[in-house]
Design a protein around this ligand. Structure first.
Ligand SMILES: Cc1cc2nc3c(=O)[nH]c(=O)nc-3n(C[C@H](O)[C@H](O)[C@H](O)COP(=O)(O)OP(=O)(O)OC[C@H]3O[C@@H](n4cnc5c(N)ncnc54)[C@H](O)[C@@H]3O)c2cc1C
Length: 489
């Protein structure tokens, strides 16, 4: 075996996954078709859970230094925004950060852990057998094979890995498109006027301003048709009454509402994550975020499988946990897109305006707003349906004694056993679990009466004990972390 895992694609998902695998000591090879990193940025935001993921690995600072926190977000462009500021998170905001910066920072992280993408090398096919996968690659010097234990397709919506790996991608093609244009930076007045007319405009912080424009006359144009400057400016004039003084386009692009979800995230030794597993209209800016979260869920499970300690079913739980999240995102983006598209159709404009007004009114109710904010921020992602409310949810970032935050304890990618009643002894699992003698934090009702919590490497809760004697601890460790060390050896 040349490598343990081939990751196809060095976009945000592939880079995040590469870092996670390397952290766990897995030999990983990242193959990237492009010769140089992408300079244009589709995504502009890291939502709260994604910033938390960086915090869980101790790398949030670099992201915070380059991004700009904004206290809320939107749903379907409704006037009443989603209030992220009241979410229970150390990062209750969306971090406005261009995708190119996110990728750069993730690439730096992967490089620190010893992984540099092999650029200019495209995966062209694969064949799996019981022992491994032969990955077919086309590089500058010709075609070659890489033998790996697993291959993960992080190679975007048209994923070769997904297709060659026999994973279906049911859904619908694009029927509605919008345009984006990055122009030389314009002043705040132009941004304000664009916003008044429903055109999203945002300074990118690199001397450019992004305009996003759905347009009734051009919304049926196929995404494959390039956007011209004249087309964009004409649409901007239709929407706002002027071209707002924009000039010098740096990037013009068309994107659509093709919506598809992989029918399985794993087929044997082939897995998919990010856009390779789900595509949808970029409503509320979720795609990149979900990809990072897929990678965080998959990394430690795949590492466990490679290292030979994965309990039965652990790797399959990647599909079981992340496919429903993909489904939820596909559904909420379809709903949002319809609310935008129908506004552009004269026959629906009036009733849809009424529907939007009703929804906007509902968003003014705190509980409703929090519900949707929890979903778009991904803070409400909970795996499974255990009766114990903490199990499957993300562990809150509480201080558990001596000024130690839980998120700091997870940085090395091991499980953390927070022992609120004993000495935190995990001896025979110490290679995979960090035992911590912890104090119950004040002011967190969800933790009242809790005696022990097993936190997974991705920051979700695996197991909770409320029993005096700590009953079930060994069973929980075996269930999640596998056999203790001497049995593995
Ligand atoms: C207009 C627009 C705005 C958006 N805004 C947001 C936003 O604000 N927030 C958000 O979260 N998301 C947003 N998204 C979505 C986001 O850009 C994507 O979800 C994200 O890029 C997916 O990351 P990925 O790594 O899974 O795939 P990609 O970014 O597509 O990366 C895939 C990588 O794989 C490489 N590759 C492809 N084929 C091969 C191959 N055969 N072999 C090797 N390498 C290969 C590609 O070159 C690429 O580098 C937006 C999308 C659009 C279109």
């Amino acid at each position: 075996m040349n490598v343990d895992v081939v990751v196809a694609g060095a976009g945000p998902t592939g880079l995040m996954l590469a870092g996670e695998l390397a952290l766990a000591g897995v030999r990983v090879l990242v193959l990237e078709r492009r010769e140089a990193p992408q300079r244009d940025s589709r995504a502009l935001s890291l939502h709260p859970r994604s910033v938390e993921l960086m915090d869980l690995r101790g790398i949030a600072e670099g992201f915070l230094a380059r991004g700009r926190p904004v206290p809320g977000w939107h749903f379907a462009g409704l006037p009443t925004g989603l209030n992220f500021a009241d979410l229970d998170s150390p990062h209750p905001y969306s971090l406005f950060l261009a995708q190119s910066h996110t990728e750069e920072l993730l690439a730096e992280r992967a490089a620190e852990l010893g992984v540099r993408p092999r650029r200019g090398h495209a995966v062209t096919g694969l064949r799996q057998d019981v022992d491994g996968v032969d990955v077919e690659v086309r590089g500058p010097d010709g075609d070659y094979l890489v033998r790996a234990g697993f291959v993960v397709g992080c190679d975007g919506g048209r994923s070769v890995v997904r297709q060659a790996g026999g994973i279906g991608f049911p859904g619908s093609d694009s029927t509605f498109s919008a345009m984006l244009g990055d122009f030389a930076q314009v002043g705040p007045e132009a941004v304000r006027r664009a916003g008044e007319h429903g055109v999203l405009a945002a300074p990118l912080g690199n001397g450019a301003t992004r305009f996003v424009l759905p347009d009734a006359e051009r919304m049926r144009v196929p995404v494959s048709e390039p956007v011209t400057e004249a087309e964009f400016l004409a649409a901007l004039r239709r929407a706002t009454g002027s071209t707002l003084g924009v000039a010098q386009p740096r990037w013009l692009s068309r994107f659509g509402n093709a919506t598809r979800l992989a029918d399985r995230y794993r087929n044997g030794r082939v897995l998919v994550a990010g856009d390779a597993a789900h595509i949808h209209f970029p409503a509320a800016g979720q795609g990149l975020n979900v990809g990072l979260q897929d990678a965080m869920n998959l990394g430690w499970k795949l590492a466990a499988e490679v290292k030979g300690w994965a309990p039965a079913g652990l790797l399959d739980s990647y599909h079981a946990e992340r496919h429903p999240v993909g489904q939820q995102v596909v559904d909420n983006t379809m709903a949002q897109t319809l609310l935008l598209e129908l506004m552009l159709m004269p026959e629906y404009r009036r009733p849809v305006a009424a529907l939007r007004a009703v929804l906007d009114d509902l968003l003014g109710i705190e509980e409703v707003n929090l519900r949707l904010a929890g979903r778009i921020s991904a803070l409400d992602t909970r795996y499974g349906t255990a009766a114990e409310p903490l199990v499957g949810a993300r562990m809150p970032d509480v201080v558990v004694g001596a000024g130690r935050r839980v998120y700091e304890l997870v940085r090395d990618g091991r499980f953390v056993l927070l022992d609120f009643a004993g000495d935190g002894e995990v001896a025979r699992w110490a290679d995979r679990v960090r035992g911590v003698r912890a104090r119950v934090p004040a002011g967190h009702p969800a933790l009242d009466g809790v005696r022990a919590v097993l936190v997974r490497p991705d920051g979700h809760v695996a197991w909770v004990s409320r029993s005096e004697a700590g009953a079930g601890r060994e069973e929980a460790l075996r269930e999640w972390v596998g056999a203790p060390a001497e049995v593995v050896a």
